[in-house]
Design a binder for this molecule. Structure first.
Ligand code: 5AD
Ligand code: SF4
Length: 436
């Protein structure tokens, strides 16, 4: 989400006449997007700003945005007294005007909710993919999570605005979109009319020229049969589902306020795989939540082995202010969290490697995104599961779907060759695909 927002902010600032510089020492305006999901991320942005505070002497304007701005508001001035603008994520669109009008020695504060927190974006001509925020905030209040406090209540972007943006983006050459939200399955729950995420997907599916549609993140509790059926029916929808597990122990899930059991989670996985055997299921897991015993941890570990996620993001629990869990005494030491984190990472590494290995010899339709930065003869794209695929070709292929035979893999990437045999076998239809 922060990445998508930074792209949009960059566009707004360019329109307002600002030019990007890679050299921090040359900046007239320094904007930091702070993530507060874990303490470490928050500390990083605070140190970054502090380490550049000397730029204030030459008149650089300092702005803090993102979750950190909304969470701490003016209190962050105790640590960063030189800030000129503190702007929560729902007010990003106001940054260009605010920085233009701010005056030295007086910090402008723009936080809290906003009637229109979304920025409509026109992508640059060279982009193939676009991230499209469709939801701001979250109403779930998982006991460890700062997002509802940092980003506010659930707010769905209007279907008109989403569809208009994607239509315009496709005219500019965009071929694939990823719809973003803390829990995309809750899309529309704040509307007065009966309209849900599946309805939005059906609307986007009608956009001609758009080749692929993906989305992030799904809550296991809200991953409905209706959504899975639509995913299975439409070949343009990515066969990738990111459903955070967090823990393999029902006791911990209850304490986290996750509203599902391990059994229910497994049912979602089974239903999904039954409808779409080729689907990639990825997840998030947290270790060291207050009260997590060795037995709870082992339940998480054995569940991960049972499910065999394609990819897993593993986090060490970090107490966050204003959350319900913040008041709970920490029961897992730093060293033990580190140990549990490593065990899960090592286990998952083997699972991911064996899943990637199983692609060898198979054929994938790859949407070509760009040339490799290191080797201009190589292209990088993604298959329908969203896995990066690299291959060699002399043709101009950006934005096209090419059939690739997988020959090898490394960490997080597949390697292959343009499948000439398959292109010929499929005759003009496949050639057509390559040239689209
Ligand atoms: N500590 C550690 N990890 C967290 N996450 C969210 N809040 C915390 C926290 N307080 C993780 C969850 C979530 C992912 C985006 O970040 O696993 O799914
Ligand atoms: Fe945080 Fe839970 Fe909302 Fe995800 S669903 S953003 S973990 S409160």
């Amino acid at each position: 989400m922060n990445f998508a927002e930074s792209e949009r902010l960059q566009q707004l600032l360019t329109q307002a006449g600002w030019k990007e510089t890679k050299n921090v020492q040359q900046t007239h305006l320094l904007i930091a997007i702070g993530c507060s999901i874990r303490e470490k991320a928050e500390n990083r942005v605070i140190s970054f700003l502090k380490s550049n505070s000397h730029l204030k002497e030459k008149g650089t304007i300092f702005c803090l945005t993102g979750c950190t701005a909304n969470l701490h508001k003016e209190k962050i001035l105790e640590k960063l007294p030189f800030l000129d603008v503190i702007c929560g994520p729902n007010h990003i669109a106001e940054i260009p005007e605010t920085v233009e009008n701010c005056s030295p020695g007086k910090c402008v504060l723009k936080t809290g909710e906003s009637d229109n927190p979304f920025i409509e974006c026109v992508p640059s001509k060279k982009d193939i993919t676009l991230m499209v925020p469709i939801i701001k905030g979250c109403n779930n209040f998982c006991s460890y999570c700062v997002v509802p406090m940092a980003r506010g209540k659930l707010q769905s972007r209007s279907p008109d605005s989403v569809v208009r943006e994607i239509r315009n983006a496709v005219k500019q050459g965009i071929k694939a979109v990823t719809l973003l939200g803390q829990n995309v399955n809750e899309y529309g729950k704040d509307f007065t009319i009966d309209y849900c995420f599946s309805d939005l997907l059906c609307e986007i599916l009608k956009i001609e020229g758009l080749l692929r549609i993906g989305f992030l993140t799904s809550h296991p509790e809200d991953t409905t049969e209706k959504l899975l059926t639509i995913m299975a029916q439409h070949e343009k929808i990515m066969k990738h589902l990111h459903i955070p597990l967090q823990s393999g122990s029902d006791k911990i899930l209850r304490a986290m306020n996750r509203k599902y059991t391990v059994e229910k989670f497994f049912n979602v996985v089974e239903k999904t795989r039954k409808l779409m055997p080729e689907i990639s299921i990825t997840s998030d897991v947290m270790v060291g939540f207050p009260g997590e015993t060795q037995q709870d941890f082992e339940m998480t570990l054995s569940f991960i082995k049972k499910v065999r996620f394609n990819e897993l993001f593993v986090f060490k629990y970090s107490p966050r202010p204003m959350t319900k869990a913040f008041k709970l005494p920490e029961t897992v030491s730093k060293e033990e969290k580190e140990h549990r984190h490593k065990i899960i990472l090592d286990t998952q590494k083997q699972i991911t490697r064996s899943i990637l290995n199983s692609f060898k010899g198979k054929v994938c339709d790859v949407l070509v995104e760009r040339k490799s930065i290191k080797n201009q003869r190589l292209y990088i794209g993604r298959n329908i599961q969203g896995i990066p695929v690299s291959f060699e070709s002399k043709e101009v292929l950006e934005g096209k779907i090419v059939r690739i035979k997988i020959t090898d893999c490394a960490e997080g990437i597949l390697y292959g060759k343009v499948d000439e045999e398959c292109q010929l076998l499929q005759g003009s239809q496949s050639r057509e695909k390559m040239r689209k």
